[in-house]
Design a protein around this ligand. Structure first.
Ligand code: GLA
Length: 403
């Protein structure tokens, strides 16, 4: 099945006008340069959902600066669904009463040294049933550019109904429609002349990783939505096994936005979440309530050494090395020749600390390695062949190993 889909995907590309074929600033290289490392920022959905307002976004921008998040790399302030109003007599999209003046809001966010993102759908309606971009792609892209938008999350939503109506029982034809819809908005963005990071959100259906870069995607969701629970976060994380080959500078797998600091996630669960996203070279789009961020959550989100792994310029996504006995081991090669190695205690039993022995020869270091414990910020010295680590339930240990 997977192979069949991959084959149909590659046949379909042949008929699409590829960004790669365009010269100048909007060449494939130009588009990819926008996300040379995984995008970092904050998005309104995971905390505010449909309640977000202009005031919330301004406050978020203020707090991203004052908390040190901006200086740690979180530069995109992204408005998710529910900002949209109706179309005016000329078909131009307007904002609803929660967002009285989008241009003024963008100016405000820019004045803080940040960038601003927005959200729409290729369908007639967004997922929260607000106005989508269907039939107005060029017009909407131009409006976003006029407002000063730097990032677009484009969410399939109601376009799925269009696909099913036009091609009932024909998944390949439906998939082709989705790709063309994403390509259409990509071309619309290019025509504006304003660089915008392009974030594809269609939940990983039709193996988005196989084709998203060809339709201009800088990042593409690989799964359905994340929730503020350890189990959901971990289901998504572990589903990323095998996808590393599709990511690289300019184009990234997106296991969805961070829930660090939301719900009842514990300290150890937040550490696991952030560690996994760093190993995965995932976009780091925080989604917490910045007005009540604890010092613990702030220090997890802004840990420089963990962010440096996520943002490593080699851009090679990590992958699973081992799974068994309620332990997961994942590793990621880094630009300086070192390796980020993470152990996760995925125990389902109550309060189970797990001990595990690291065998360096099993992780590519037959002659031993110098180890640094990243979260503990502690140098462990040279490990010749084995070492023992204790990992709290739902927690993680992240090592940087150097020959
Ligand atoms: C979908 C997306 C979410 C969010 C909502 C908004 O569920 O996957 O990330 O954007 O729509 O309605």
């Amino acid at each position: 099945m997977r192979r069949y889909l991959a084959l149909t995907a590659s046949l379909l590309f042949a008929s699409l006008p590829l960004a790669a074929q365009q010269p100048g600033a909007h060449s494939r290289a130009g588009v990819e340069q926008l996300a040379a490392t995984p995008p970092m920022g904050w998005n309104s959905w995971n905390w505010f959902a449909g309640k977000v307002t202009d005031a919330d976004i301004r406050k978020a921008a203020d707090l991203i600066v004052s908390s040190g998040m901006r200086d740690a790399g979180y530069v995109y302030v992204n408005i998710d669904d529910t900002w949209e109003g109706k179309r005016d007599a000329n078909g131009n999209i307007t904002t609803n009463e929660k967002f009285p003046d989008m241009k003024a809001l963008a100016d405000y966010v820019h004045s803080k040294g940040l960038k601003i993102g927005i959200y729409s759908s290729p369908g007639p309606l967004t997922c929260a049933k607000y106005e989508g971009s269907y039939g107005h792609e060029d017009q909407d892209a131009k409006t976003y550019a006029d407002w000063g938008i730097d990032y677009l999350k484009y969410d399939l939503c109601s376009f799925g109904n269009n696909m099913r109506q036009e091609h009932p029982n024909d998944p390949a034809a439906q998939a082709k429609m989705a790709r063309e819809a994403y390509e259409k908005m990509h071309q619309a963005i290019l025509k504006t002349g304003r660089p915008m990071v392009y974030s594809l959100c269609q939940y990983g259906t039709d193996e988005s990783w196989q084709w998203a870069p060809q339709v201009g995607g800088n990042l593409w969701r690989t799964t359905g939505d994340i929730h503020e629970s350890y189990d959901r976060m971990m289901i998504i994380a572990l589903a990323q096994a095998g996808l590393a080959q599709y990511a690289g500078p300019g184009h990234w797998n997106d296991p969805d936005m961070l829930e660090v600091g939301n719900g009842k996630l514990t300290h150890d669960e937040n550490i696991t979440h952030m560690t996994m996203w760093a190993i995965l070279a995932a976009p780091l789009i925080a989604g917490n309530n910045l007005t009540q961020m604890s010092d613990d959550v702030r220090s997890i989100l802004t840990n420089r050494d963990v962010i440096a792994i996520d943002q490593d310029k080699l851009g090679k996504q990590g992958d699973r090395v081992y799974a068994g006995n309620q332990i997961e081991i994942w590793s990621r090669p880094l630009a300086d020749g070192s390796v980020a190695l993470a152990f996760f205690n995925v125990s389902v039993d109550r309060n189970t600390m797990r001990g595990m022995t690291l065998h360096l020869k099993d992780v590519g270091f037959p002659k031993g390695a110098h180890a640094h414990d990243v979260w503990a910020n502690k140098d462990l010295g040279f490990i010749k062949d084995t070492d023992v680590f204790t990992i709290p339930k739902h927690g993680a240990v992240l090592l940087k190993l150097t020959k």
